[in-house]
Design a protein around this ligand. Sequence first.
Ligand code: PEP
Length: 255
Amino acid sequence: MRKIIIAGNWKLNKTAKETTELINLLKRDLSDISEVDSVVCPTFIALADARDALDESGIGLGAQNIYWEDSGAFTGEISGPMLKDLGVQYVIIGHSERRQFFGETDETVNKRIKAALKSDLLPIVCVGEMLEEREADKTFDVIKAQCQGGLKDLTAEEMGKIIIAYEPVWAIGTGKTATPDQAQEVHRFIRDLLAEMFNGEIAGATRIQYGGSVKSENTKELMGQPDIDGALVGGASLKADSFAAIVKNSCGIEK
Ligand code: PEP
């Protein structure tokens, strides 16, 4: 059985003070929900305040990126040991905004995944096609290349610690959600690919989140698909009411 995981990607939003305020509201709404994993991913500079505010709430803490070296002359970067030391548990890797605006490639995704695992952090690895790629019927080719490149040389045991987020780029922040059928088709494809790359047991146990304009209104239908095991949520994670509603609407769905 796979436990649904709903993660909020706060992107470049919220000061440390605002982070604490939002977490306090989320704790009020979510502290008695344990059947779904919920995670918040604030900015690096708000992580320490977030950790203090989350204190035994059962809500997980994630970062939005990680550098692959532990330390050294890499101005502006943050490493795995630093995140671990702060009490971070998850890290988003290869988000499409990092791929589009910051030169992230499958190769750097692969290095970051290995660094996260080395520091005992759980990677949330994002894959997804652009609109032109979908329109050119290249969705599966793109997803396959991203999975094969990003997950290169990992053992099945390492894969067992990874969460995949399928995020069609055309659905991120646009209000356009993939239909449940469109998302399910790609999730199934990813699971079959993981079975080929690793083994059936790992593929069956891997949690694959959907991301792209998830809101409380479309949560049940998306989470109801057999291979959708959670959501990576951008815009709707910035308000306690909408994020809590997504988590609540994911309860009671068996995987
Ligand atoms: C995201 O950035 O991961 C995302 C899915 O954003 P949104 O929910 O705003 O589309």
